[in-house]
Design a protein around this ligand. Structure first.
Ligand SMILES: [Zn+2]
Length: 135
C-alpha cells in the first residue's frame, strides 16, 4: 500500500514482520472541540478523528452536564442566568434579582431607619398635645 508522505502527518515507527523498522504516516489530530458561544477549548472531550469517536463510549465523548460538549461552563452559567432573569422579570419579581452590594444594603437600611425615626418624631410631635388633653 502506498502511504501518503507528508511532513505535517504524524510519523509512527512500526516493526514489520521482516524485523525492519518502517515509518507509517498517521493523519494529524483534528482541532480541539470548542465552545459554541465563545470559542474556548472544551475540556473532557477527546481530540480524535471521527472514526475513533465512533469507537469510544458516549460517556467518554461528552461532559455530564446540560450543554456539556457544546458550551463551556462559563457560557452555560451566563446562559442559565439570562434565562432565569428573563423568567423572573416576566413574573415581575425585579427587586429580588437586584443584587445589592453590602454598601447599598447598608445605605438602604439607614434610609429606612431615618424614615422610621422621622415618622416617630412626627408622631411624638402630634401625640403629646392629645395626651396632655387627655390627662
Ligand atoms: Zn464559552
Amino acid at each position: 500500500m502506498v502511504q501518503k508522505r507528508s511532513r505535517s502527518w504524524r510519523r509512527v515507527k512500526v516493526r514489520t514482520p521482516s524485523g525492519a523498522v518502517a515509518i507509517r504516516y498517521r493523519k494529524p489530530k483534528p482541532n480541539p472541540p470548542r465552545c459554541a458561544k465563545c470559542g474556548a477549548e472544551l475540556h473532557g472531550i477527546p481530540r480524535v478523528r471521527p472514526p475513533e469517536l465512533h469507537r469510544i463510549a458516549y460517556s467518554e465523548k461528552t461532559v455530564n452536564r446540560p450543554y456539556g460538549g457544546n458550551l463551556c461552563p462559563n457560557c452555560l452559567e451566563t446562559a442559565i442566568k439570562e434565562k432565569v432573569r428573563l423568567v423572573v422579570l416576566s413574573e415581575g419579581m425585579r427587586t429580588d434579582l437586584r443584587r445589592r452590594s453590602r454598601k447599598a444594603r447598608k445605605k438602604a437600611r439607614r434610609k429606612r431607619q431615618r424614615k422610621k425615626e422621622e415618622a416617630a418624631e412626627k408622631e411624638a410631635e402630634e401625640t403629646p398635645p392629645s395626651n396632655a388633653s387627655k390627662a
